[in-house]
Ligand binder design. Structure first.
Ligand SMILES: [Zn+2]
Length: 205
């Protein structure tokens, strides 16, 4: 079983390979590996990431078939089905590391900021359910001093949303609380930069 520390190292090293163009995910997705994995999966990390087409976890971490258990949803929000997926993977496969992966330039964050500035009735109830999950973390940024500019606000909102999702996973499930207390499950927050391609683990790592 891969420890959370070793899992983090594998992700960080994979992101470095992705950045340098020295990735070996092709080798890790070979036919031989595919056949080997029909017996079962042995992923070493659970990634809760955004659906944004520019942030596919396997590619930016240079991982292959069977390495990552990935849950993708716009705005990397945490709703019951995301918690259930994390519970399933952590319990069934004994995975010890969960990464909440947000990113710069996230459309869900921008939609929430727009909604807070100018509330509209235009969203479908389904889209609204995503904005409503992001809203509490971001709303707090509008209280007190206003950040200097839109970029800074976007930056702070992205990180606040990642922290909120990580905390919901840590405290929103008795199963996950038990795994954290007794089995050493770790939940960390990370931000992917669209500009640099770099993943910064900034919370709980
Ligand atoms: Zn996004």
């Amino acid at each position: 079983m891969v420890s959370p520390t070793d899992g983090l190292l594998r992700l960080q090293e994979g992101n470095k390979r992705f950045l340098s163009g020295a990735g070996h995910a092709d080798r890790l997705s070979s036919e031989a590996r595919r056949r080997e994995l029909t017996k079962g999966q042995m992923a070493f990390a659970i990634i809760l990431g955004c659906s944004d087409a520019r942030v596919p976890a396997e590619i930016i971490f240079d991982q292959g078939l069977g390495d990552l258990f990935v849950i993708r949803v716009a705005g990397n929000i945490v709703a019951p089905s995301q918690i259930g997926s994390v519970e399933f993977a952590a319990e069934r496969f004994g995975i010890k590391l969960v990464v909440v992966l947000g990113h710069t330039g996230c459309g869900a964050i921008q939609a929430t900021l727009e909604e807070l500035r100018r509330p509209t009735e235009g969203h479908s109830p389904n889209l609204r359910s995503i904005v409503d999950r992001v809203r509490p973390a971001v709303e707090a940024l509008f209280e007190g001093s206003i950040p200097p500019d839109d970029d800074e606000l976007d930056h702070r909102a992205t990180r606040a949303n990642i922290r909120a999702s990580a905390n919901q996973l840590r405290h929103g499930s008795q199963i996950l609380e038990r795994l954290i207390d007794q089995q050493g499950l770790r939940v960390v927050g990370a931000e992917y930069s669209l500009d640099s391609g770099e993943v910064h683990f900034f919370e709980g790592a």
